[in-house]
Design a protein around this ligand. Structure first.
Ligand code: ZN
Length: 139
């Protein structure tokens, strides 16, 4: 069995963003040379997500509005977590809702997606360097 590991780095200039990372993950798959197996992709930070959905800007605005409704950033004093001196209590909650990781089947050297599935990095407390792990196993 072959295995492959890579860290992708992001430094998002805004507090929140959704970034399509599908092509970067596909590049990892090419580098790995694995044709049949499983690919795991996860955020390595507790205020960021990796998830699969549609690459459609209206949907991304809907996510932003929905998440801000569920866990508004302001006022930062509403979160007990922020008593630590941080201001990212909302970002931890947003990450929980949007998830930590995705697992994708690899078939014939490709990500075995449904028609509209793409992989996204969700940032909820940006403006600093963060990592995403890509791990691939198979043959
Ligand atoms: Zn925190």
């Amino acid at each position: 069995m072959k295995h492959y590991r890579k860290e992708l780095w992001f430094n998002v200039p805004t507090r929140r963003a959704f970034i399509n990372i599908t092509s970067q993950v596909e590049e990892c798959l090419r580098e790995s040379g694995i044709k049949e197996g499983l690919l795991l992709c996860n955020a390595m930070h507790i205020t960021a997500s990796v998830f699969i959905n549609d690459d459609e800007s209206g949907l991304h605005h809907d996510y932003e509005k929905w998440l801000e409704h569920l866990a508004p950033h302001e006022p930062v004093s509403q979160y007990l977590h922020n008593r630590t001196g941080e201001d990212n209590g909302d970002a931890h909650l947003k990450r929980q809702v949007m998830g930590r990781e995705v697992v994708v089947a690899i078939t014939d050297g490709k990500l075995d997606f449904g028609t509209w599935e793409r992989i996204f990095y969700g940032e909820f407390d940006g403006r600093r360097k963060k990592r995403v792990l890509v791990k691939i196993i198979g043959e």
